[in-house]
Design a protein around this ligand. Structure first.
Ligand code: NAD
Ligand code: UDP
Length: 345
């Protein structure tokens, strides 16, 4: 029904007149989080009714407050570990509910595992009952600490079943298996996106992941905390590129039930990232070195040939440009928070 919704197609479209999702209902679990709130807006912009299901474990009402006045938007405060049904048709379901930042998902590892496994099963049952297409927000963490680079979808990974990251990594792997099983057994129409490190506005300043930590530290004059020697690598994708990829994957017709990597293949060491953040913020912060967390992957870089071939999608926003767009957001968040703290004291 829908053609590509990647960046290329959208730039040719009059967004205000683009109602390709009119009369369609899109349910987004984890819709009050960083990525989920962008997806809520992207689907509303195409005329969809959007149901956001979130228990605010790591999400924030401030991410979706501006949407609450929109009659096409509904927020349901609900823990996806319990079954759910909004009591109306659902045509598309984005399954994003799960903490994503290591310090957040390690706080309650059993809840993280259950959210990914039981929550995904509940979402799959709902999609099956409604005849909805469902997209899983999987992760590059299914590759664990990869020994091949770049990582292609056929790579089976190098993952620990135990240890601090296992609740997330193995929860996401089990969720992928559940998606595959519901597709095989019940014919549920599935999409599986393996998302690599993504950053941008709407991240919680207290999220704990590296981009938000470094920007907040640089803006407040604190030392940037480098874990280990900083030679480990990550490939950072700007949120608009990632959301375009998720939309494209969801709304592209055809059998795309196999996992698809979505991320930016430009790879940086954590030390390089720190230097770029210091340059762009004109900060005089220093660097401070902390222990490398257990099982912290040493390298990560997506091979995105599959996404290019089937979706025509690729990221367009280089790291420096994405950070330049992101830094003012964090500056505003810090100003808002210090204002609120002042008002509350
Ligand atoms: P986030 O923490 O900002 O958002 C996650 C959302 O899920 C939050 O709003 C949280 O409240 C909600 N949630 C958590 N547990 C829940 C539960 N039991 N019931 C209902 N809601 C629950 O993280 P994010 O970066 O926006 O990540 C969104 C999804 O994308 C996650 O599934 C994550 O694993 C996946 N992902 C993100 C990245 C990234 O770099 N941002 C990379 C790979 C995968
Ligand atoms: N990291 C860091 N300082 C921080 C936060 C993270 O050096 O303040 C490192 C972390 O050890 C990892 C990389 O940055 O090697 C990316 O960490 P993040 O938590 O953003 O994501 P993930 O490890 O899940 O890729």
């Amino acid at each position: 029904m829908l053609e590509k919704l990647n960046g290329k197609t959208r730039t040719r479209t009059n967004a205000a007149a683009d109602r390709r999702l009119a009369n369609r209902t899109v349910l987004i679990t984890g819709g009050a989080g960083f990525l989920g709130s962008h997806l809520c807006r992207a689907n509303l912009a195409l005329g969809a009714r959007v149901i956001c299901v979130d228990n605010l474990a790591t999400g924030r009402m401030s991410n979706i407050r501006a949407l609450l006045d929109d009659p096409a938007f509904v927020f349901i405060n609900h823990d996806v570990r319990e079954p759910f049904d909004p009591g109306e048709p659902v045509h598309y379901l984005f399954n994003l509910a799960s903490p994503a930042s290591p310090p957040k998902y390690e706080l309650d590892p059993v809840a993280t595992f259950e959210t990914n496994v039981i929550g995904s099963e509940n979402a799959l049952k709902l999609a099956g009952a409604k005849g909805a297409r469902i997209l899983q927000a999987s992760t590059s963490e299914v590759y664990g600490d990869p020994v091949v680079t770049p990582q292609k979808e056929i790579y089976r990974g190098n993952v620990q079943t135990m240890g601090p990251r296992a609740c997330y990594d193995e929860g996401k792997r089990a969720a992928e298996t559940l998606f595959y099983l519901f597709h095989e057994r019940d014919g549920v129409d599935i999409r599986v996106a393996r998302i690599f490190n993504t950053y941008g506005p709407m991240m919680d300043p207290e999220d704990g992941r590296v981009v938000s930590n470094f920007i907040v530290q640089a803006l407040t004059g604190a030392d940037l905390t480098i874990y280990g020697d900083g030679h480990q690598t990550r490939s950072f994708c700007y949120v608009d590129d990632l959301v375009a990829g998720l939309m494209s994957l969801m709304y592209h017709e055809g059998d795309i039930s196999k996992p698809v990597n979505l991320g930016n293949p430009d790879e940086f060491t954590i030390r390089e990232l720190a230097q770029i953040v210091l340059d762009l913020t004109h900060s005089r912060s220093g660097l401070v070195f902390r222990d490398l967390p257990t099982d912290d992957p040493m390298q990560r870089r997506p091979d995105i040939e599959h996404a290019r071939a089937i979706l025509g999608w690729e990221p367009r926003i280089p790291l420096r440009e994405g950070l330049t767009r992101t830094i003012p957001y964090f500056a505003a968040e810090l100003a808002r928070n210090s204002y609120q703290a002042a008002v509350e004291t």
